[in-house]
Design a protein around this ligand. Sequence first.
Ligand SMILES: [Zn+2]
Ligand SMILES: [Zn+2]
Length: 335
Amino acid sequence: MTMKAGVVYAVNDLRVSEVPKPVPKQDEVLVKVQYCGVCGSDSARVYGTALYHYPTVIGHEFAGVVVEDAQGELVGKKVAIFPLLPCFACEECARKSYVTCKNYDYYGSRRDGGFAEYIAVKRWNLIILPDDMDCKLGAMCEPVSIAKHASDRLQISGGENVLVTGAGPIGILVGLWLKKKGVKQVYYTDLDARKLVVAKEIGFADYAETGGLAMDCAVEGTGCSAPLETCLQAVKAGGQLVCLGNPHADIALSRNAYWCILRKELTVRGTWNSSYNDIVNDWKASIQAIANGEIQPAFLISHVYPLDKINDAFEMIKGKQEFYSKVLIDCGVEA
Ligand SMILES: [Zn+2]
Ligand SMILES: [Zn+2]
């Protein structure tokens, strides 16, 4: 039996191919993928050298329906998938900080992922979705969880003004979580004016229009030096900064920006991925918040391409030909 999958064979060589349909092992179920989101990091796996080996089926933001389960109980259930497979042996795993595992595996980067009709997924990585949840929203659980984790790295008591640099899907989702926590306003910067229009449409503000208003907190969402500097300058004495954006190159700071950390006694924290354990589970919290309408990510889905047209999706993103926010690949096939 074969299936269609979006396979990266080499740098710049993404193709939809017929590959063997996976056979689930004892600790796995077979998931029929419905939707898989294109992450910013996926472009580096197609056009750059971010992959560990070739060929690899990429895609790590996916949701679908369980179609085979040796234990029988999950067949027909809609699921989202936590894409990280911890080693369960290192000291980080021992304290259940699975995202800082020293020897992890990952669906869609280190092993085959979700731009495929089917994927065998370990039971441990499944999060059951409510029956009535659209799998498009299921595929949004990954970015919603990343954003929740980042927002939780700020200590919010209510009434704060927060600057978020970068108004892409993750940045906007961080803002939605912060609003839910009771911040007064979330201000954005972005090089793309259209993203700021989207932010304002849903009630956020454009930081450039404030004349340099002092912020209680900031979230650096771009991984670039200039926005980091903006954050450090903008935050008040005693304020907090969370670094979220993946760096695209070396990060450099002016001496004055560095002084800000010292002289304003700033608290700077990093955020990485999401918590997924039985004490803190960003995924379960995200699904609950989506299900009860507290977090509504659907408006961020700007494009849906069928799996056959996955190259068009990547080319559109690469060429920035159109305004896009979250791009999903529809992997759905007849059951
Ligand atoms: Zn991602
Ligand atoms: Zn580990």
